[in-house]
Design a protein around this ligand. Sequence first.
Ligand code: THU
Length: 161
Amino acid sequence: MTNREIKISFQEYTSVKELDTDDQSLCNEAVKAMVNSHSPYSKFRVGAALRLQSGKIIHGSNQENVAYPSGLCAERVALFYWGANHPDDPIESMAVTAHTDEFILNKPVTSCGSCLQVIAEYEKKQNKPIKTILFCKDGPVWVTRGIESFLPFLFFEDRLS
Ligand code: THU
């Protein structure tokens, strides 16, 4: 038996102001995206913004439903919009933020497993990693280069052959 370890690396910044101007403005877009969050049940607003290779920005926000499982996370709202409307314009980066009036968020939200799986699918589709920037107003900023930092044991199609 051999014990093996996988190291996951990401960058931590103390504030959005430390990011380059493109990333800072993408974070501002994620904040704007939160405005249309429909979250009457959790009262937890999430905003996501994608920057495409052409420079186009796509917004997504969490959309909840009284039938809870019918709702969708901000990341997938933005990612599926991209898949449906701009699949030939690769996603370079995604910024995600959240806010609630119920308590102070001092750590960024990290995407749920279903959103991670969708990021994985689209990285494969566009054959390019998606840089992800996770941040909140009163906490650090976490930046990863792509899905492998989140899902090192991702299922890859090559295992099927
Ligand atoms: N949510 C997101 O939109 N993205 C995440 O990364 C985590 C959770 C939403 C789903 C639900 O509307 C609310 O946040 C509380 O879970």
